[in-house]
Ligand binder design. Sequence first.
Ligand SMILES: [Zn+2]
Ligand SMILES: [Zn+2]
Length: 388
Amino acid sequence: MHNFRWIFILYILANIYAMKKFIFIIISSFSISSLSCQVHSHGAQPINYPNIEGYITLKTDLHQHTVFSDGNVWPNIRVMEALRENLDAISLTEHLEYQPHITDIPHPDRNRSYELALQEAKEHDLLIIPGSEITRSVPVGHSNALFISDANKLMAKDALTPFKEAKKQNAFVFWNHPAWHAQSPTGNPILSNFQKELIKNKELNGIEVINSINYSDEALTLALENNLTIMGTSDIHGLIDWNYTEKGLHRPITLVFAKEKSIESLREALFDGRTVAVYNALLVGKPEFLNPLIQASIQVKKATYISETQILEVLLENVSSSDLLFENEMPYTFYDSSPVFEIPAGGSYTLSVKTLEKLQTLNLKLTALGAYTAPKQHPVIEWKIQLD
Ligand SMILES: [Zn+2]
Ligand SMILES: [Zn+2]
């Protein structure tokens, strides 16, 4: 009997404990969910862009640093940041010639950062591209060599050897931050004779039009004039969270239109110039890729006339991670909206179009004001909408 009483007491205590735990779980899950609501706009959000016809859209950041050059984090952090933002490919492009942490990390192998990232990414569907930053003052400037087989062989005293070696390793090479004021005080890129020679020899294949928070119209002009692939990168040294996420922003990226998600396919697409550089609402690329990207980013969810009227309501959804700003290019005006309107990233917008008569089809025609195919040039996009 005595024993039973103890068992009973223990049973009660266990129940109270379980109940407390249960209440605690309810409280904690409540606070976690309310917290996640609170930080919704600031927490890391996956980056999404639709595929375009014939290609899949790879989200890449191919210019980043870690403690193996002048960055402030270990390579595995870069992998985790990329996974949080749903990227498809990254490259840790350490400066070959600049290692301020050398006394703490005296690692002579310039491939080490890549190897550590590869190790971290092996359980995930993230491509790690071997790359290095060839670091020289002007007129050579800084350039990233991607898809290299051995970074150590790019080390040299002279400026030309790294580019010759990169070519030998079938690397894709692009000009970094061409508008950087430390190398060009006007903030405008200056294409040097050295670089012109590289371009002629196909040893310089791309150019950053967006580097961290900087966009250069002039770099875009250089890209178009010299048939260089248009690139956008974060060139991150600190944390993506600090520089972008906590401000409600995404890092700059390059969307690469590849036949499949593989390193070889990505390489082929970069050499072929199939890219759009993106920094939040800013999209920069050749019309053959930028136009279908914006086309696919806006989906028509519904189009019906308000009863007994000639006012057509069109529900548009933006499936991309860019806020898209449009201007009306149709002969029709809107009933209750400015000719300029924004469809937020991942959000929707209802346009009320005064078509004056009931139409069978509507050619929705809009200028994408945040997108550039050349300086001061926006693409005009059309959606053919069938009406019942
Ligand atoms: Zn640099
Ligand atoms: Zn850099």
